[in-house]
Design a protein around this ligand. Structure first.
Ligand SMILES: [Fe+2]
Length: 232
């Protein structure tokens, strides 16, 4: 498989390119609007055809590249069935499989950061699997739960009953990082992620309630734009 981790410095967002070596078909997870040209150039350079672009959730800190990418390539654009965006080609739900060529991602509904938050798991026989955890599980952190229909209660379930149940050697690729981390794994996060060292769900809810974070600077622009697939 061809794999690239891409970074937007403005919003500290990670996007991921996954390409199938045989069919030369590719998918992008969480592409950022401002990087559309760069992403299209990379696809050309790698000899890949973009077939699918996915967002893990409605982002509040950057504008999605889904709409622009579809205009340029005719790719399918998808988000979870809870997403408000009406301009998607299709939606996915928990337990679905999405992908291109020989790449099949298992769709895991992980609400909590937002009510339309999903993670994608790629099982691999020869290595540990890969988890694209959006803003549900970050490296040494978890996504905030204080707006966009967020819920610390639901996020606890998504983390402890879904994502942390994946094999320990699953690589974790988050939706953001603010400290320079690029990849972790489930075992490492179970042991060292401070947000996961809680006794129970109530303790997690209290921890998240105490954070009192400022709103992201692009929120008032990004949320409505993303509900129309990136049209500003
Ligand atoms: Fe987010």
């Amino acid at each position: 498989m061809i794999f690239r981790q891409l970074f937007d410095r403005e919003s500290s967002t990670y996007s991921y390119l996954l390409g199938d070596e045989t069919s030369r078909e590719a998918l992008l997870i969480d592409p950022v609007l401002e990087h559309t040209e760069q992403n299209l150039a990379l696809l050309r350079e790698l000899g890949l055809t973009l077939k699918l672009a996915l967002d893990t959730h409605t982002h509040a800190d950057h504008i999605t590249g889904l709409g622009e990418l579809r205009e340029h390539t005719g790719c399918t654009t998808m988000m979870g069935s809870q997403a408000v965006a009406t301009c998607l080609s299709a939606t996915f739900a928990d337990g679905d499989q999405v992908g291109v060529g020989g790449i099949n991602l298992e769709v895991i509904y992980t609400p909590g950061h937002t009510d339309d938050s999903y993670s994608f798991y790629l099982p691999r026989s020869e290595h540990g699997g890969m988890l694209f955890s959006g803003d549900t599980l970050l490296i040494r952190g978890t996504g905030r739960t204080d707006f966009q229909n967020g819920s610390a209660e639901q996020q606890y379930n998504s983390l402890f009953n879904r994502l942390l149940q994946l094999p320990d050697d699953t690589a974790v690729y988050p939706g953001h990082d603010y400290k320079g981390w690029t990849v972790s794994d489930i075992a490492e996060e179970k042991q060292h992620n401070p947000r996961l060292q809680v006794a129970d769900q109530q303790a997690y809810i209290s921890l998240m309630a105490a954070l009192k974070l400022p709103n992201p600077k692009l929120m008032d622009i990004a949320v409505p734009a993303n509900q129309s697939c990136g049209a500003i």
